[in-house]
Design a protein around this ligand. Structure first.
Ligand code: PMP
Length: 321
């Protein structure tokens, strides 16, 4: 819908100072998930390599595989989810076509800092890579500042920026997302989207356009409420004895269950519903190597405060006496 493409262009201009032509440089997608798939299908050829940070949103390697591309990973390490620039340099080779970045980051809640983004941008420019940046949590930031990779020198002309209404407005089921970038790249993403879904939820697009036009008035209360839920929930997890890696953004928190004498996150998460009536996800789901992060577990706190309180009460059964 033209109204939503214009609203997305206005959002990128007002928030990041980046101009996109709503006609040629903005594409509406069926959630950011389709944006990711269409970007990889449209921009990669079979055998191309895609560099991504792990842990990753699990659709990344799946979408790369559908495109016939090969994923190369750079590992973020707790407690601060920092990474080694030498590992990034080593991950880039002659077949590397694209770098896929997610900030703010699921599952860690990391917000990539200015220096980190500059290092990523430097690699993209040096090796003439296309960047795809997934910014679906751009508004759900509690500490630090979210910056878009497209705003760095030399990046606007080589970057597809993805986002969606799902997290920003808490409308995850609406599946309205968007891709912004230079016309030559967006046209390739559009060519893939044409044969994935052709078009997406028309009536919802008008509502999202109105939401984006309303600016922070709608988003700020959600952000503040998630921040207080983060604080209460992470405090509760820590009271149980879990080592908590408090997130700077998003609505996920990672803990290390080794601190309560548990070793196997997959087994822990499989049995947790029966033991406590609570669910969580083993972080191995977000790594290429299933044996990586054997004791890390991701919790979601995008729940009503009373549900989070009840979860903490139930999880107290796990506390080491
Ligand atoms: N990217 C990331 C990093 C996510 O965590 C999610 C949702 N879990 C998505 C994309 C999907 O967004 P959408 O609902 O707009 O498809």
């Amino acid at each position: 819908m033209p109204a939503l493409r214009a609203a997305v262009a206005g959002h990128q201009r007002d928030r990041y100072g980046l101009e996109y032509d709503p006609g040629a440089e903005v594409l509406i997608t069926t959630g950011a998930t389709e944006g990711i798939a269409a970007s990889l299908l449209g921009l990669c050829e079979p055998g191309d390599e895609v560099v991504m940070f792990e842990p990753f949103y699990d659709s990344y390697p799946a979408a790369a595989a559908m495109a016939g591309a090969v994923a190369r990973t750079v590992t973020l390490r707790p407690p601060d989810w920092s990474w080694d620039p030498a590992e990034l340099a080593a991950a880039v080779g002659p077949r590397t076509r694209l770098l896929l970045l997610n900030t703010p980051h699921n599952p860690t809640g990391k917000v990539f800092g200015a220096d980190e983004l500059a290092a990523v941008a430097g690699v993209c420019v040096e090796h003439d890579l296309v960047a795809v940046t997934d910014e679906v949590y751009e508004h759900l930031v509690f500490e630090g500042v979210h910056r878009t990779l497209a705003g760095l020198p030399g990046m606007r002309e080589r970057t597809i920026v993805l986002s969606s209404a799902g997290k920003t407005f808490s409308f995850t089921g609406w599946k309205v997302g968007w891709a912004c970038g230079p016309a030559a790249l967006v046209s390739r993403v559009r060519a893939a989207k044409q044969f994935l879904t052709f078009a997406s939820g028309g009536p919802f697009q008008h509502a999202v356009a109105a939401g984006l036009a309303a600016g922070d008035r709608l988003v700020e209360p959600l952000r503040r409420s998630l921040q207080s839920r983060r604080d209460r929930f992470c405090d509760g997890l820590a009271e149980i004895g879990l080592e908590v890696f408090r997130p700077d953004a998003t609505y996920f928190a990672i803990t290390d269950i080794a601190s309560i004498g548990e070793a196997d996150a997959v087994e822990f998460c499989r049995t947790l519903p029966a033991r406590c009536g609570v669910v969580a996800v083993p972080c191995s789901a977000f790594y290429a190597d299933l044996s990586a992060a054997p004791s890390l577990v991701r919790w979601a706190f995008c729940k009503r405060p009373e549900v989070l309180e009840e979860a903490i009460v139930r999880l107290k059964a796990l506390a080491v006496p």
